[in-house]
Design a protein around this ligand. Structure first.
Ligand code: UDP
Ligand code: MG
Length: 312
């Protein structure tokens, strides 16, 4: 019998877990011809999440869990999941029921037809502010224009991955993680399913605008070096233009003389160039910081416990 793993990273999800479990049981019972494993990764929750998971495991042997030593963030928690899932395929989903478990049987159908990565695409983005929607569009546009592989828009982490994909993802152990990009990067045979993403059943989102902005920077800097080229190209253009300007001023001074003028022009040019320089240094800094973090070779997460056993 094939084994299906469901991977669920959880951070402070005590309110959603019981509801999620009931929904999952419905799905698991409707697909009895598979072995099931539900792997919760407790990402350093500060509430009762872990004890709820332990209770569930007590009653239902299909439940497994990895307990991380602190909050490492969803991206890192997912890698922990990749390392610990044992199934022939894995479904990644959120704990807050924004990813409907009822879609899983459909994903399995396509998996059986030979697809390696069955991902769920959001039909709409649910309740999101106008500005958040715009920003996410801009982000996808930048990323798509600067990478070689196809970047999928409005696709989250909710997907089914075959064992070959899991093994590929396990090899990508960078510290600065943008998992959504990795799913696209690894390739394999992909199939798209459309779904309606609802709102959280309980609790509140752990993302704010700041953390989304960081994720966007992460996405761009970990998948493309195009911004580094930006300063070089801009520098080239400005140098070219200033050569023309230099010639112009030189000839002007020769023909009409040079009364002291042009103070505003000078200030504007200096400020403009100063701004560009700072921006370029900032971009360099972003990449340098990432090289620094990567060069430390720290583990990406630290697990404290796997199914009640200490991890060493
Ligand atoms: N999550 C996590 N670690 C974190 C933040 C979030 O494991 O540091 C989990 C969270 O429990 C949920 C999923 O990631 O299962 C998605 O989080 P959330 O619902 O807050 O994000 P959103 O749906 O708003 O993108
Ligand atoms: Mg959510």
């Amino acid at each position: 019998m094939k084994k299906i793993s469901v991977l669920i990273p959880c951070y402070n999800e005590e309110a959603s877990l019981p509801l999620l479990y009931t929904e999952l049981v419905k799905v698991m019972d409707s697909c009895k011809f598979y072995n099931w494993e539900v792997l919760f990764v407790n990402d350093g929750s500060r509430d009762q999440t872990l004890s709820i998971i332990k209770d569930l495991r007590h009653e239902d042997s299909r439940i497994s869990y990895v307990d991380l030593s602190r909050n490492f963030g969803k991206e890192n928690a997912m890698l922990a999941g990749f390392d610990y899932v044992t199934g022939d395929c894995m479904v990644i989903m959120d704990a807050d029921l924004q990813d409907p478990p009822s879609l899983i049987p459909k994903m399995l159908e396509w998996w059986e037809k030979g697809y390696d990565d069955v991902y769920a695409k959001r039909y709409d983005r649910g309740k999101e502010s106008w500005i958040r929607k715009r920003c996410s569009l801009l982000f996808y546009a930048i990323l798509q224009h600067s990478t070689r592989f196809e970047v999928l828009q409005n696709v989250g982490d909710f997907r089914l991955l075959d064992r070959v994909c899991i093994d590929a993802l396990k090899k990508m152990r960078e510290t600065e993680r943008y998992t959504k990009g990795m799913f696209c990067w690894i390739g394999f045979k992909k199939k798209e399913l459309i779904f309606n993403r609802g709102d959280r059943v309980a609790g509140k989102s752990n993302w704010n605008f700041g953390s989304l902005f960081n994720l966007a920077i992460e996405g761009i800097t970990s998948f493309t070096t195009t911004p580094l080229r930006f300063s070089a190209v801009l520098g080239f253009i400005i140098a070219f233009l200033s050569l023309g300007l230099m010639l112009f001023y030189f000839l002007k001074a020769l023909i009409w003389g040079d009364p002291i003028q042009g103070f505003p022009t000078l200030v504007v040019i200096i400020l403009f160039l100063g701004g560009i320089q700072l921006l370029s240094i900032g971009i360099l800094g972003e990449y340098l910081g990432r090289i620094f973090n990567e060069s430390k070779h720290r583990p990406i997460y630290i697990a404290r416990e796997y199914n009640g056993k200490k991890v060493d």
